[in-house]
Design a protein around this ligand. Structure first.
Ligand SMILES: Cc1cc2nc3c(=O)[nH]c(=O)nc-3n(C[C@H](O)[C@H](O)[C@H](O)COP(=O)(O)O)c2cc1C
Length: 327
């Protein structure tokens, strides 16, 4: 399957594994690269820029195929040293970066000067157009279904992706709610040049989260997410559990961040992934949980998606326009 995205980014398949806090580590990203898809290490999962340099080196020991690094730039009271992480990425010779969280304009000149291609992930057409104007090479657009931060517009992918692709000139990667070949083919039909998945890649053998988390994703349905931080205009879609329920409940009483900070602390979420204690804190997952029934290796997942996508196009879709009508 060749698209503008596979051509421009030098990958075999139009499939991306987006940055994931605590999950986007060497083992997963190398497995994604080996499968012919494009994986992103998550810069801020590493405590310091020096640790990121080591993680990049560790990934290179596991694969010689291309991979990238996600740099998520979120508003914060004490921001991480973004410029230093960016420098670590550049000096490590990384050639593909996924930016997310806010406008990448401050980082772009540095990345471009170093010959880095940038995929900017955003959640609205207007932000995608702005990113195109400032010179990113592709945009990844998250629909409301997605895990993590869906923005505040609540527009699902079925509308958001074609609304974007009909206005943008650069390659578009559809993200959010995609977990199988049907989602891949649908995204291409909506005008996208590729897809991005988070939750689906988190539920693979190589994903470095506790097995209990993967089993819970398999058990969960499309209804098992909660939207937290709505009242703070910084919405996040996370897995349903007692903690996310408590956050939503406190928010409904008009709370401030200080009232929920102890529940949503990053260290607690990390404990879920490391110890498999599903009620230890908030953990990110999307509605695509309802489409996930197994824990395959990354290679099995990507092979299956590509093979099934080809057969959906060749058999099912061609059948609708050819001689016979097929179900
Ligand atoms: C556990 C987890 C952590 C995530 N952390 C980040 C992050 O740090 N930065 C980012 O840009 N996106 C993050 N995301 C979002 C994913 O990159 C991707 O955009 C999203 O998962 C797509 O929706 P899907 O889960 O329905 O495939 C995270 C997603 C998950 C599941």
């Amino acid at each position: 399957m060749r698209t503008r995205f596979t051509e421009a980014f030098g990958v075999e398949h139009p499939i991306v594994q987006g940055g994931m806090m605590w999950v986007g580590r060497a083992e997963l990203v190398a497995a994604v690269a080996e499968s012919g898809a494009l994986g992103f290490l998550t810069a801020l999962t590493q405590p310091t820029p020096e640790d990121l340099v080591k993680e990049i080196a560790r990934t290179r020991e596991l694969t010689d195929k291309p991979f990238g690094v996600n740099l998520t730039i979120l508003p914060s009271i004490t921001p991480p040293p973004y410029a230093e992480y960016r420098q670590a990425i550049i000096e490590s010779g990384i050639k593909i970066v996924e930016t997310a969280g806010s406008n990448p304009v401050d980082h772009l000149p540095h990345l471009k000067d170093a010959g880095v291609k940038v995929v900017h992930k955003c959640t609205s057409v207007r932000h995608a157009l702005k990113a195109e104007r400032v010179g990113v090479d592709a945009v990844s657009i998250d629909g409301f279904e997605c895990a993590g931060h869906p923005g505040e517009d609540d527009v699902p992918g079925l509308v958001l992706i074609p609304a974007a692709t009909r206005q943008l000139q650069i390659p578009v990667i559809a993200s959010g709610g995609i977990a199988d070949a049907r989602g891949l083919v649908a995204a291409l039909a909506l005008g996208a040049d590729g897809i991005n998945m988070g939750t689906r890649f988190m539920c693979t053998v190589e994903s470095p989260v506790a097995h209990a988390v993967k089993e819970q994703i398999v058990a969960n349905t499309e209804r098992d997410t909660r939207l937290i931080f709505r009242t703070l205009h910084n919405t996040a879609r996370v897995a349903a559990n007692s903690i996310s329920a408590e956050v939503v409940e406190i928010e409904s009483r008009g709370a401030e961040f200080g009232d929920i900070a102890h529940l949503v602390a990053g260290a607690r979420g990390r404990k879920v992934f490391e110890d498999g204690d599903l009620e230890a804190g908030i953990w990110t997952a999307g509605q695509s949980q309802g489409l996930i029934d197994d824990i395959p290796t990354v290679a099995e997942l990507v092979d299956r998606m590509v093979t099934e996508a080809e057969s959906i196009i060749e058999d099912r879709l061609r059948g609708f326009v050819g001689q016979g009508v097929r179900a």
